[in-house]
Unconditional design. Structure first.
Length: 489
């Protein structure tokens, strides 16, 4: 079975939660056992003074430990009388409760009457385990009773009689959980921890499934949208429901889809426009040649000149397309050096000035600063030549052209403003698109294919500058070029 991302995310969250719950349960159980064990040992230690007092009293009566060696019942009675408070057996009367100073006959009488009943009703399990951990040594530390292992935390009390050491009483600490007196309590707590852990794990599973489904839903939407995008549906969009990483991913996907939709529309318009632009001169040339071949038109200077003009326009169109293709693939070469902007503009003006004069367009040129840029002089000449040619073609006769060059901080600003006709505000940004023409003022009769400003933008961007268009106070278009100055950090 192949796991999808929802199952994987669910398993990851559930396993993490399970590990946390199991770890917490184990730590709680260990800490509970340790705490109870510590408490039991403290209670056991509280019985040691009573046991020591009883042994010292017995020694004062017998002046030896022989009675302990001979009579195990005597030792058991002392242990029974000294049991911790949580394990005191119910006796009507204990032999150890008699004062050690009482005469021996009274104690022997108690032995014959009560001892059997006491032993039969004593809870053997607890005294036995408490007894097994006790040991008694004489003053020479010889074993009287018990096993004298002495771990590091063994409780040892020195026994005295009239200021003299008569022996040592020791208690080894409880170390096994299964022999603890409150065993049932610990078992109940263990079951409670298991039940609580099971409930928490079930809740964690439900929450993990909910989170996995919620987190994966945006990814599923993006996956489905990606499939649609791959099959050419560029209008597909993904709903943005959050501001987190998934929300930003959905936003970026929508931006990508929008860009691809725009590029696809541009590509289709580009193909259609190129086909139309190429078909127009070819149709004209074909009609002229067929007219000459059919004898409808004579092959005179006028007809040849018309064919030549159309061939030149066709050639310029192909050259512009070639320049754009080189820029797109990044193979257009630039030989950059320090270039004076004003000199390049003056050179471009000198080439086209007669055509402006013929159209009666007044040209005003102002170079407030003679700054330089790091650029390709030939490409910059093409840039300003295209801008001047654009103004020449689309400015009415008797109009005006103003060119101003100034330095603004670390940039050279070149303003090219012409007079009417103008361009609508919503059309200004489209002027730099390929094959775009404002039909009211840009027509094929002027000889333009709508590629000049697109080439200008590529040249400016290759020089790390910007080019913008806005409405001119003169009534036409205001083209503003910004290029970084030479040596600018």
């Amino acid at each position: 079975m192949k796991l999808n991302i929802t199952h994987k995310l669910f398993l990851a969250i559930f396993l993490a939660a399970s590990l946390a719950v199991v770890s917490a349960a184990l730590i709680m159980q260990w800490n509970l056992n340790r705490g109870v064990l510590k408490l039991v040992n403290q209670i056991d230690k509280s019985a040691m003074p009573r046991m020591a007092s009883g042994l010292e009293g017995l020694y004062r009566v017998t002046m030896s430990w022989d009675v302990i060696r001979r009579d195990v019942i005597e030792w058991r009675d002392l242990v029974d009388a000294s049991l911790p408070e949580y394990a005191l057996p119910p006796h009507k009367k204990r032999r150890s409760e008699l004062s050690p100073e009482k005469n021996m006959s009274e104690r022997q009488h108690y032995d014959t009457i009560e001892n059997k009943d006491t032993l039969s009703r004593r809870p053997l399990d607890l005294p036995r385990k408490f007894d097994q951990r006790l040991f008694l040594l004489d003053s020479d530390k010889s074993v009287i009773i018990g096993r004298p292992e002495t771990p590091a935390n063994t409780e040892i009390i020195t026994l005295h009689n009239n200021g003299k050491v008569i022996g040592y009483l020791g208690l080894r600490p409880q170390t096994m959980f299964d022999s603890l007196p409150p065993k049932d309590f610990l078992q109940d707590q263990k079951y409670a921890v298991i039940i609580i852990s099971t409930v928490v794990l079930m809740l964690s599973a439900g929450l993990a499934l909910l989170l996995a489904t919620r987190l994966v839903r945006p990814l599923k939407n993006i996956t489905e949208a990606t499939h649609g995008l791959a099959h050419g549906n560029f209008s597909v969009r993904v709903p943005v429901d959050s501001d987190d990483e998934l929300g930003r991913l959905a936003t970026d996907f929508n931006a990508l889809a929008l860009a691809m939709e725009h590029n696809e529309g541009t590509r289709r318009r580009w193909v259609a426009d190129i086909s139309h632009e190429l078909r127009t001169p070819l149709t004209f040339l074909r009609s002229q040649v067929e007219a000459i071949l059919d004898g409808v038109r004579q092959p005179n200077t006028e007809s040849v000149k018309a064919i030549h003009n159309e061939i030149m326009r066709f050639s310029r169109l192909v050259d512009d397309l070639y320049q754009l293709s080189l820029s797109d693939v990044g193979t257009q070469t630039y030989r950059k050096n320090e270039v004076a902007v004003s000199e390049v503009i003056q050179q471009a003006l000198s080439i086209i000035s007669q055509e402006f004069s013929a159209k009666n367009i007044a040209v005003q040129y102002e170079a407030a600063d003679s700054g330089t840029v790091f650029g390709d002089a030939e490409r910059l000449l093409q840039l300003f030549g295209n801008l001047l040619d654009n103004s020449l073609k689309y400015t009415d006769s008797g109009g005006e052209l103003r060119i101003k060059v100034l330095k603004d901080g670390g940039s050279m600003m070149i303003d090219v403003q012409d007079s009417a006709p103008g361009v609508a505000e919503e059309e200004l940004e489209k002027l730099f698109e390929r094959l775009y023409r404002v039909e009211s003022s840009r027509s094929r009769a002027t000889g333009g294919a709508g590629l000049g400003l697109a080439i200008c933008r590529n040249i400016v961007e290759a020089h790390e500058g910007t080019i913008t268009s806005k409405q001119s106070p003169l009534g036409g278009v205001w083209i503003q070029v910004e290029l970084p100055c030479y040596g600018r950090a």
